[in-house]
Design a protein around this ligand. Structure first.
Ligand code: 5AD
Ligand code: SF4
Length: 515
């Protein structure tokens, strides 16, 4: 037998004209479901306690969707109140962090206030990532959790799904999770308009990939951290057979030179000391024959900007000029993230990586010649369809040959719609687990060795945040190591440090003198 709904809490949300009209929120728990019902009543006659029920419905930011009939104006007014506070939750890569920050700036420019408490916000923007395993399912469970936890506090936030899952799922998210706004990564400059449309109870979905880029429609940068991101390029034409990015982020597009330089200057004016240029294929950036190294050379001239980084690069787009920039431009930090994915030529071919193991190793030799102290990083996938133990051994031997300072490694996970998802010889989960463990042991060994080799070195550290311990500050070395130190300095300071101790994931520094 079904359990009878039990009302656990009831809270008035206010009196709305005409006089004597009351809106009530009723939380009704009928485990496992919990819903907030809305009751619109009017006092009847002169006797207290007698009321005439005018309207009931399930509370939603979009009344048309949930009410059995169109709401009366009073309910519509209460339900359609535009959000006043917002919270952006970003998942995945640094490009998503950048997009999330910019969406926040857009909403702030609309007069909304940011809140750190995701369950107390009137508008929650889930800026999703599609790369990880079960990414889509995680978004749906996140939406459910936000509704539940916010509901416990009496809230019913408007939910906007942005990012790559929004792009891939589109209207399916509205159908399955009844969210209010769906916006793709190339369309988020329209977020204020979409939120306004959702507030009026209208459909609010935009997954277009317009040719004119969104950047021209975003507000100016005002307050930024000492180390700031700047997206210069989006999308990917490489079509690696396992990857969704070409489908969710679209074709490779570069932002214009002048717009990037202007944004970099604005970032420095707003407090940035370091800028990381971002792109899915950042080293494919170009503007009428100018390459990424020309852009870096221009940024090098910005006074007040101390450090330049870029990520993520593709081996095939590593131009001679960019390699030379690592030798010639002091502000360009000695760090290169250059994913290889596998050490086996057979697997690289199946992945459609369009570079070979030998080509990758020769490229790194040239980079090291230009900048001998450069720290190298990479991405790896284990268990790609058809990967044999011999293929995997080639990946381990490539790791040994390179000696990465840090790296990311993943188990292959099939992404619907990508060629690899339907390839034969998918690898058993336990084989993937075993290979991932062995690969990570090798990468951790090399990372610890790299950190240990920096003990005794002096370097500049850009302080980015406070540590957990009293007086502790955490910053980054030129080689992107996390440096922990205690001392009299402030976030945003660039301080001279001697590295005195090394751990697996970070190093300890002692302040020498300010730079
Ligand atoms: N399975 C596992 N890892 C993947 N990556 C991208 N797509 C997949 C997938 N389907 C990894 C690659 C890429 C990084 C951002 O994520 O290593 O470089
Ligand atoms: Fe994905 Fe390959 Fe493009 Fe990187 S280069 S974004 S892995 S398709």
């Amino acid at each position: 037998m079904r359990e009878a709904p039990q009302i656990t809490r009831q809270e008035p949300v206010g009196t709305i004209t005409p006089i004597n009209t009351l809106l009530l929120l009723l939380r009704v728990s009928a485990p496992p479901r919990e819903q907030i019902f809305l009751l619109h009543a009017r006092q009847k006659g002169s006797r207290r306690g007698r009321a005439e029920i005018l309207e009931t419905g399930v509370l939603s930011a979009n009344p048309n969707r949930h009410l059995s009939r169109p709401p009366c104006p009073a309910i519509a007014a209460a339900m359609n109140a535009p959000p006043k506070t917002f919270h952006v939750k970003s998942f995945g890569c640094q490009m998503n962090v950048y997009d999330g920050d910019r969406m926040g700036e857009l909403m702030t420019a609309q007069g909304l206030t940011a809140t750190d408490d995701q369950f107390a916000a009137d508008l929650v923007i889930l800026n999703t990532c599609h790369i990880r395993e079960r990414a889509t399912e995680k978004v749906y469970s996140d939406i459910g959790r936000i509704r539940k936890e916010s509901g416990k506090l009496g809230g019913n936030p408007m939910i906007a799904v942005a990012g790559c899952v929004a792009q891939a799922e589109g209207a399916e998210i509205v159908r399955r999770a009844k969210v209010d706004v769906v916006v793709g990564p190339q369309a988020y400059h329209n977020l204020p308009d979409l939120v306004a449309r959702a507030s009026r109870g209208e459909a609010a979905l935009d997954t277009d990939m317009p040719v004119d880029m969104k950047f021209g429609h975003l507000p100016a940068r005002r307050r930024v951290p000492p180390s700031a991101f700047l997206t210069v390029q989006e999308g990917c034409d490489k079509f690696c057979t396992y990857c969704v990015v070409p489908y969710t982020r679209g074709a490779e597009v570069s932002r214009p030179f002048a717009a990037i330089v202007d944004e970099a200057k604005a970032l420095v004016d707003a407090g940035a000391k370091e800028i990381t240029l971002l792109g899915q294929n950042v080293n494919a950036w170009d503007d009428e024959g100018r390459g990424l190294h020309d852009l870096i050379a221009e940024l090098d001239r910005i006074e007040g900007l101390a450090r330049i980084r870029y990520t993520t690069s593709h081996p095939n787009d590593m131009a001679d000029g960019l390699i030379a920039a690592h030798r010639d431009i002091e502000k360009l930090m000695p760090f290169l993230h250059l994913p290889v994915q596998s050490g086996s030529d057979r697997i690289l071919k199946a992945m459609n990586r369009s570079h070979s193991r030998g080509g990758y190793l020769r490229l790194l030799e040239r980079v090291r010649e230009a900048r001998p102290d450069i720290a190298l990083s990479g991405d790896f996938i284990v268990g790609f369809p058809g990967e044999t133990e011999a293929d995997f051994a080639e990946t381990l031997s490539l790791v040994d040959a390179v000696g990465y300072a840090q790296a990311y490694s993943f188990k292959y996970s099939p992404r619907p719609g990508t060629p690899a998802a339907t390839m034969p010889d998918q690898i058993a989960p336990e084989v993937m687990d075993d290979r991932l463990q062995r690969l990570q042991a090798a990468l951790n060994r090399d990372q610890s060795a790299f950190n240990a080799s920096s003990v005794g070195k002096r370097c500049a550290v850009l302080l980015e945040r406070k540590g957990k311990l009293e007086g502790q500050l955490i910053g980054k070395s030129p080689w992107l190591q996390s440096v922990h130190l205690v001392g009299d300095a402030a976030i945003g300071d660039l301080v001279e440090v001697e590295i005195v101790e090394a751990g697996a994931n970070s190093v300890m520094g002692e302040r020498v003198a300010p730079i």
